[in-house]
Ligand binder design. Structure first.
Ligand code: SF4
Ligand code: MG
Length: 315
């Protein structure tokens, strides 16, 4: 069990002008080994912040992140390096993180060489293997990033991540910038790699439709809080939270779904000054007096299914 983020990040304070944004507020998230967890919400809901904290590239101002049961911040030396290498992050725009002056072979091979995961004598084979795994033709490895398409660049980013032999990959909108047909290819690649390498993923997306393809469990965030969490089928068949229901209505689907309401009215409020009580109340079609005053607790409403909505107290 990769019990990191047992009690993740109570209140991450990011100073913005003289105010503090709690991008992530009392969130607890566990990702088990071999699992794919989809983390979904609109932009500004704190999911990228949470992903960065989980990946260990952004500190939390309070709370803790546990990796194989050990507090990430307490690790040092080889243990810290190991944890850092074994968690890799894949972003929306791989181009921004690919050095334009480096050949693909070096982009992929540099870190494993530095960390002793391969040696000079077997370097070429090692790099070729990573490229092949990511679905790239190794004969292109002398080329530079600009000579590749968006989808291929994402594959270069994936090959680079795989090259350090991670066990956990945090994908932040990893397919959001790609055409729909390429998205499907990359999502299938993630699934194949999961099987082949027994990978664990935290898959962050604003798009529930994307997450549906590959998640075992789905966590829905709204303005820094988790509002619903359940097995993927449960979320798609039996969403409880009005926000999740609204997100589902925005997913283009072939089957006809009972509409709760069309789309989500209103803009997402500023995280600088979130609404009182239930953060979703100004946009919720079911809001009642209590919603403006009292924050709904995230409660188990069925085995493994948690939701934070006062409506669950009414029935
Ligand atoms: Fe809507 Fe109230 Fe439930 Fe919030 S607590 S989602 S405002 S019904
Ligand atoms: Mg983001």
């Amino acid at each position: 069990k990769l019990d990191f983020a047992g009690k993740l990040a109570q209140k991450l304070g990011v100073p913005v002008k003289e105010e503090t944004v709690h991008a992530v507020d009392e969130v607890s998230l566990t990702v088990n080994k071999g699992e794919v967890v989809g983390l979904v919400g609109e932009s500004g809901c704190g999911k990228s912040t949470l992903g960065r904290m989980v990946a260990g590239i952004m500190p939390a101002t309070s709370g803790e992140i546990r990796w194989h049961g050990r507090e990430l911040g307490s690790l040092s030396g080889a243990d810290a390096r190991q944890a850092q290498l074994q968690t890799q992050m894949i972003f929306q725009n791989p181009y921004a993180s690919l050095n334009p002056r480096m050949r693909v072979a070096d982009i992929v091979g540099e870190a494993p060489l530095v960390h002793g995961l391969t040696r000079r004598g077997e370097y070429d084979t090692y790099v070729d293997d990573q490229l092949r795994r990511a679905g790239l033709d190794p004969s292109l490895k002398r080329r530079y990033p600009h000579q590749f398409s968006g989808g291929q660049r994402q594959r270069i980013g994936i090959a680079r991540a795989l090259a350090v032999q991670p066990e956990f990959i945090v994908c932040d909108e990893a397919v959001a910038a790609l055409d729909v047909s390429i998205q499907a290819q990359i999502l299938n690649l993630f699934l194949d790699l999961r099987r082949e390498l027994n990978l664990t993923y935290l898959f962050i997306s604003h798009d529930l439709g994307v997450v549906e393809h590959l998640s075992d469990r789905v966590v829905i965030m709204y303005l820094g809080r988790v509002v619903e969490e359940a097995a993927a089928e449960e979320v798609f068949r039996n969403a409880n939270h009005p926000y999740t229901q609204a997100l589902l209505d925005e997913v283009p689907r072939i089957e006809v779904r009972k509409k709760h309401f069309a789309g989500i009215k209103g803009e997402i409020p500023s995280p600088l000054n979130p609404p009182s009580g239930c953060h979703f109340h100004p946009r919720c079609p079911h809001a009642f007096d209590r919603c403006k005053i009292e924050r709904p607790a995230l409660r188990e409403i069925a085995p493994g299914h948690r939701s934070a909505c006062h409506l669950n107290d009414r029935s």
